[in-house]
Design a protein. Structure first.
Length: 363
């Protein structure tokens, strides 16, 4: 199972550089606005050392990690919600993603143009957020108009509570508040179906210069303070520097990054933050010749997990054998874990824990 994130920000904020760093896709990243017109789409395997350890025990032929699907979208400009820049073409590309990654420029470099004369990451981020809010306001108002028209025509098939929810969303959006920050209760799948952009959880990547890794600039400090006051994750990444380092062999790359104080790569930091943001857990299925990692929403059950594997498995669900990764590894696999009494036999409502190994029995 993969999860999806859309990378957004002003032109020349470093979106495509981050995309290339994470996916190694080699997308264009030039020094001019709207270098990215059509969205770049990349899929990256989620780094997982546990898969290597599991593979040594189960001796499988195929190892399939879970993946992150990234959309690198054209630079957003003020007025995009009204058609400026690439306007709604841009906005349409992120309506289907699970989460949004805002890339904000914090570095100073006269060789790289910026849409504004100065570097102000908080201003830049709030411009993008405001455009998403205005786009959602337009969508909500149009949906409300459609509902009112349906009510006048006597339609009976409207969702219960839909109009009330839309009215509440409109009240927050009119104040410039993202739906995800409103405190409203809503179903995320419904928000995705409606195309509500600000209902998506988001985090911020601060695209910093090398000097920020030694002494954070005032721009980075201001952005971090903004994030702290709103409970939003801000991840500093020197994208250009890390992209250059990514060309090295793994040992050399780690040593190179460590020499300037980067202990965790931007790729790893971003993926870990996305897992946390989307409230995901990982589980493993060592079945037959394939060892596979999966992502599941925290709180998901063995029955939910079976549905990810295959709908036929879910429909024929009988029971699940579940063992923690630690017990699986320490006892040399499923057989050893069974002998040690570490394997749980559970029904469909068992809530999977992070890093569980799962074997589903089905009809």
């Amino acid at each position: 199972m993969s999860f999806t994130c859309g990378i957004v920000g002003l032109p020349n904020a470093g979106k495509s550089t981050l995309f290339n760093l994470v996916t190694k896709a080699g997308a264009p990243a030039e020094n001019y606005p709207f270098c990215t017109i059509d969205p770049n789409i990349g899929v990256v395997n989620v780094p997982d050392e546990n898969l290597e350890a599991l593979a040594r025990i189960v001796k499988t032929e195929t190892v399939v990690p879970t993946t992150l699907k990234l959309f690198d979208i054209a630079g957003l400009v003020k007025g995009a919600s009204e058609g400026e820049g690439l306007g709604n073409q841009f906005l349409g590309h992120i309506r289907g993603v699970d989460a949004i990654v805002h890339v904000v420029r914090c570095f100073e470099d006269p060789q790289v143009s910026h849409v504004y004369a100065d570097i102000d990451p908080v201003r830049d981020l709030e411009i993008v957020l405001a455009e998403l809010v205005m786009a959602d306001m337009d969508l909500v108002e149009r949906r409300m108009e459609t509902l009112h028209k349906g009510m006048r025509l006597g339609r009976k098939d409207m969702e219960a509570g839909e109009l009330e929810l839309l009215e509440s969303m409109k009240a927050f959006l009119s104040k410039g508040v993202c739906v995800v920050d409103s405190g409203l209760e809503y179903d995320q799948s419904r928000m995705k179906a409606w195309g509500i952009l600000t209902a998506k959880p988001y985090l911020v990547v601060a695209n910093v210069g090398e000097n920020d890794l030694i002494q954070p600039s005032k721009a980075l400090e201001a952005l971090t303070s903004w994030g702290d006051s709103r409970g939003k994750k801000v991840i500093p990444v020197c994208t250009r520097f890390e992209l250059e380092a990514s060309e090295l062999e793994e040992d050399e790359r780690r040593e190179f990054l460590s020499s300037i104080g980067i202990e965790k790569s931007g790729t790893v930091a971003l993926i870990e933050a996305c897992y946390e943001l989307l409230d995901l857990v990982t589980f493993y299925t060592p079945v037959g010749k394939t060892l596979r990692a999966w992502t599941l929403k925290k709180g998901g059950t063995a029955f939910d997990a079976a549905g990810l594997i295959h709908t036929d498995i879910q429909q024929g669900f009988i029971k699940a054998e579940i063992v923690s990764l630690t017990d699986f590894l320490s006892h040399g696999g499923l057989h050893g874990a069974r002998e040690a009494g570490c394997v749980l036999t559970e029904g469909r409502d068992f809530v999977l824990r992070d890093k569980d190994v799962l074997i589903v029995h089905f009809r």
